[in-house]
Design a binder for this molecule. Sequence first.
Ligand SMILES: [Zn+2]
Length: 240
Amino acid sequence: MGLEQLTEHVFYLPHEPETDRPMLAYVRGGRFSLAIDAGYSAAHVGAFYRALSCAGMPEPDFTMLTHWHYDHSFGLHRVYGASFAHWRTNDFLRQEREKARCDGYFTALRREDPFYAREYTAQVDPEIVPAGVSFRDGLRFELGGLAADASHIEAPHSEDCVCIYVPEDRVLFLGDATSEDFFHGNYMDQGKLRRLVERIESTDCKYCVLSHAAPLRKSELLEYLENILASRNPDGSLPL
Ligand SMILES: [Zn+2]
């Protein structure tokens, strides 16, 4: 699988449904390049960097996590350059690292998550590391001729979700922010989703990028999310 181009400066390695690998994006500026998410594993990072190399592009200078979930973060120990995450993301990663020091952590992951078992069939379990730089509200990457703004957002998926907005190319990266909370019984907080929809509506973007789907037009994503809001009970549960 090769690198795809979305806009003048935005490229991505598509998500892989067989292993649930999220897409890894690459924003290329005149001075620096930014990767969005570290990926599932060392092999995932390797595949991303090979795709970049085939397209004649260098490894990213910066890597920004969208949230702590392991399909997005367990490749972090192998990324090139400086890594960035929300401070809660780093908190979660430190907690996971502590848990992983106990026997059985990775065995349980292999047993409970078939995607993890498939991703790590031929790989040793990862070293869990936090990002090198953490922030609270937001930060701007000045990439040279274009910027990328990372902001902590309220989202139903996880409390550490970060979106990355590239105004020059009108692309908004949302990670898994619009999905339910898989770690809390797939709960969908309607209020959080409603406020996230309002935030997306007010952002001047042409494309919205979710980690486990092909890039969407803004109108396509908003229509999809309005349908989710309309199909759920006010407490977030599905109607019987
Ligand atoms: Zn997630």
